[in-house]
Design a protein around this ligand. Structure first.
Ligand code: SAM
Length: 231
């Protein structure tokens, strides 16, 4: 059985979108992963097919209704009860490579894409849902966040990347950013590839890469060093 993604959205036509191309697209064609989109509006109960209402307490915008979203979630849980349910929200836990690995190792994922001002908080109390944020900025909808999450998971599924690029040396895998890469031409605009990478000395190359990974992480992402120290 393939790794299955259920995406609950008001814009099913946004999927698979970019995931129909390159590695993810080939894997979709090969049946390594599959995709089911669920139109949230199909679970509305009034004649206008409303999925949102005004915010309690006042304020701008609209809020997605818990009753409509719960019906959509219950529908996917019936179809695939083992897949964790994730809601895309800037109020969520940060999406990390650790979470991506855990999700990729499971049977798949169901992702609820928010719109408007967000989701009625009672939904998170009434259902087991992992709130996930893709970063400290605000998107117009959860769909682009879902595409990011799915892309990160799909490339880790067995058979998607070649054996040579298993992903274990990449950024975040060891709590560090990856070392920098170079390729031909050896000299470009007066800049040469670091000598050590052309030496053929594998031990020296590994030591140089480790040192650069640490140096770049320290200067660009000191938070990663701190986080890794705490693990
Ligand atoms: N009012 C919300 C707030 O300030 O937290 C922002 C709502 S945003 C305009 C609409 C939807 O986009 C959210 O419900 C969520 O699904 C999605 N979204 C926005 N930023 C996101 C992020 N950083 N990570 C994941 N989803 C996000």
């Amino acid at each position: 059985m393939s790794w299955n993604a259920n995406v609950l959205t008001l814009y099913p036509e946004m999927f698979p979108g970019p995931l129909a191309h390159s590695l993810a697209g080939r894997a979709l064609d090969d049946g390594i992963w599959s995709l089911d989109t669920v139109q949230i509006r199909d679970f509305a109960t009034d004649k206008h097919r409303s999925v949102d209402d005004t915010p309690a307490g006042g304020g701008a915008g609209m809020v997605m209704r818990a009753d409509v979203l719960a019906a959509a979630i219950d529908h996917v849980l019936e179809r695939q009860p083992q897949a964790p349910v994730i809601a895309m929200t800037p109020r969520g836990l940060p999406l990390t490579q650790l979470l991506v690995r855990a999700l990729a190792a499971g049977p798949g994922v169901s992702i609820l894409c928010g719109r408007f001002e967000g989701i009625d908080e009672r939904l998170f109390e009434a259902r087991t849902i992992i709130p996930v944020s893709i970063g400290d900025y605000v998107l117009s909808g959860g769909e682009t966040g879902a595409l990011v999450l799915l892309d990160a998971c799909i490339r880790l599924l067995p058979g998607v990347m070649g054996a040579a690029t298993s992903g274990v040396e990449e950024s975040f895998e060891a709590g560090l950013l990856e070392y920098p890469h170079y390729t031909r031409p050896t000299e470009w605009e007066g800049r040469t590839i670091p000598e050590v990478l052309r030496s053929g000395d594998h031990a020296k190359i590994a030591a140089w890469r480790k040192a650069r990974a640490e140096e770049d992480t320290r200067s660009r992402r000191p938070d990663l060093i701190e986080r890794h120290r705490d693990v």
